[in-house]
Design a protein around this ligand. Sequence first.
Ligand code: SAH
Length: 207
Amino acid sequence: MQMVEGQLRRRGIHDERVLEAMATIPREKFVPDLIRASSYADEPLSIGHGQTISQPYITALMAELLELTGGEKVLEVGTGCGYHAVVLAMLAREVITVEIVGELAATARRNLAAAGICNVTVITGDGSVGYPPEAPYDAISVAAAAPAAPPSLVRQLADGGRLVIPVGSLDAQELRVISRSGGQLTTRAASACRFVPLRGGEGWALN
Ligand code: SAH
């Protein structure tokens, strides 16, 4: 509750469903054992493989920007340990989440099963190209930074849907909300941010 009040509500998160989801989900179950004591810290945490679990405020902000009401099919790109996927799963009908690091995908599947979450499917693969078999998606949440919004993700966004993605350089990005309405796309910038890079075919070409 201290995290919800001090880090989220105080900084302007006001979607009560998001606040309730984050008050309910045991974040410590998605954080590696060694750093469990820091589960509710106001910062990103290392989950190995050079990757992180996002700062709670960023997870809350991204979830709020998607404006989920409960019936949506959501695509997440960058599962990590699965925490953000569970937040989305509590706010929507179904979550498909794609992770490029096989070991992280396996950890996320274990964490989700242990938490008894049934409406999240973890796919191992390159999510920069989305996941065509389940498209279109009412909402898409990208947890890694891209040089530009991947065309495949924009294509897989349903009419009336929203894509939230950090776009910019490797060092600094802005969190963008891209909305599709009647064939029209609109983009707005919501916040400055810093994420790990999105790899893969429509991300950064990194080793
Ligand atoms: N959603 C997590 C944050 C994960 S960090 C949370 O709960 O806070 C971002 C993740 O994106 C990393 O695990 C990284 O391996 C993954 N990633 C990077 N590029 C990717 C790609 N092209 N497809 C899928 N996952 C990718």
